[in-house]
Design a protein around this ligand. Structure first.
Ligand SMILES: O=C(O)C(=O)C[C@]1(C(=O)O)C=C[C@@H](O)C=C1
Length: 433
């Protein structure tokens, strides 16, 4: 693992790393990594300290940080000779202009846009990006993660960019490192991935699509390891939850440990030569990290599926010629009593809801209601996330939201996007390969 640039500013540090030196792991892997000192709040307010800071970050992002084969001086990413590719445009790093990141996150003002390489105006319904280059798609995890497979399903032939945290994937898009992020939001067995709901609210990206990926888990060990040798199983917490009963049925009543992603678990076992530890991950992860598949299809339900959303800096234009879904988030200041009224705005218009999620209202988590006779009730306050089956191009959806607005203190449309209508076939893309 290597810090990319001595000139990288303190408040904007990324590590660009290659895989540890073992022939089991994929070579020349580059991971966008958020490290200490990164103050995303300040970045969002546009307080990157200098033009050079911004240029350095662009260099890191866009140029894929020069290939690992190049000399160590090249790897610093700060040289004037570097050529970065941003949105398909070859751009000398010294030509890049500083734009406050807060503005970028909000789409940027027209003036600022003119200073930047041309922003994407792609409709995500088109099969290929308009700028004609490979679409760069950020995901959380390392190669072999299901999120990488989801990126490939959403955008075939894309360049998948691994990120070590969900938030880094959001930032990668905001900072133009990537054109899209693909993030899991819910699994049919494990439930919602709450972190991503919270991040959707904190960041200003738009949902531009969804993919549902059948997830087929394998139990991976080093070659030659038998079940009896194992005293630990490691994986992403969602994967552990999805295989809970099967592990018990296999007689694996051993310690479970959560790590950042499934493929990362496989890599960890391989890199550290752990003969007492198994990882839950995809068959592709087994291939990439030289692991043996001790048990195949260990998810508790064969139709295990994870739903991912695709995020972009710009929303897509909603349409009515195919099934669309719209995701909103709202809060109201009178407790949950008006929830019924909000939801009836959809029911009256025959709009089906596909998902409701509630999360703590971080700015205002508790509401006190005093009753002189019985004391003080402490009500929890929530943000409600609702997905409904209609396009924002439909009048009934617009009317429903106009009504919702009457009952809410806060309402945001996270995105209106085509529903994933691919035929259901759990056995094909379920292996992450
Ligand atoms: O760890 C991975 O491989 C991921 O892509 C993450 C993730 C998740 O967050 O739910 C994605 C799909 C599976 O449900 C398990 C894990």
């Amino acid at each position: 693992m290597q810090a990319i640039s001595p000139s990288t500013p303190n408040n904007l540090k990324y590590l660009i790393g290659t895989s540890p030196s073992t022939n089991r792991v994929a070579p020349n892997r580059i991971i966008v990594k958020c490290v200490y000192g990164y103050d995303s709040a300040n970045l969002c307010k546009g307080t990157v300290s200098s033009r050079a800071d911004w240029q350095t970050s662009c260099a890191i992002l866009a140029s894929k940080v020069v290939s690992q084969e190049q000399s160590s001086t090249d790897k610093t990413g700060g040289g004037a000779d570097h050529v970065a590719a941003i949105n398909g445009h070859k751009t000398s790093i010294t030509d890049l202009s500083l734009v406050p990141i807060g503005e970028l996150a909000n789409g940027g003002s027209d003036n600022n846009r003119q200073l930047q390489p041309k922003p994407l105006t792609i409709s995500d319904l088109s099969p290929a990006p308009m700028h004609g280059s490979q679409l760069r798609v950020a995901y959380q995890g390392v190669p072999g993660a299901y999120s990488e497979a989801a990126a490939g399903k959403a955008y075939p032939n894309c360049e998948a960019i691994p990120c070590d945290q969900f938030e880094v994937a959001f930032q990668a898009v905001e900072l133009w490192i990537a054109d899209r992020a693909v993030l899991p939001v819910e699994n049919s067995l494990g439930g919602s991935i709450h972190r991503n709901y919270d991040l959707l609210l904190r960041h200003r990206l738009h949902i531009v699509g969804e993919v549902q990926l059948p997830v087929h888990h394998c139990l991976l060990t080093l070659p030659g390891v038998r079940k009896e040798y194992l005293n630990r199983v490691i994986s992403h917490p969602q994967a552990l939850a999805q295989c809970e009963h099967t592990l018990t049925k296999l007689g694996l009543n051993v310690a479970r440990e959560a790590v950042d992603d499934t493929a990362g678990a496989a890599e960890y076992v391989a890199t550290n030569n752990l003969r007492d530890t198994a990882a839950i991950a995809s068959a592709r992860a087994a291939e990439l990290y030289g692991m043996q598949v001790l048990a195949d299809g260990i998810q508790d339900d064969p139709s295990n599926v994870t739903r991912f959303v695709m995020l972009a800096r710009e929303p897509i234009i909603p349409r009515t010629d195919r099934p669309f879904k719209t995701s909103i988030v709202f809060a109201h200041d009178k407790g949950t009593s008006v929830l019924f009224k909000v939801l009836s705005a959809f029911a009256f218009r025959n709009i089906s809801l596909t998902k409701i999620e509630s999360r703590p209202h971080r700015n205002n988590p508790i509401r006190l209601v005093d009753d002189a006779n019985v004391g003080t009730a402490k009500h929890f306050e929530y943000m409600f996330y609702v997905d409904f089956e209609a396009s924002m191009a439909e009048v009934r959806a617009q009317n429903a939201l106009a009504e919702v607005q009457e009952f809410t203190s806060f309402l945001r449309v996270l995105g209106s996007y085509p529903m994933d209508m691919t035929p259901w076939c759990p056995s094909s893309d379920s292996r992450g390969d």
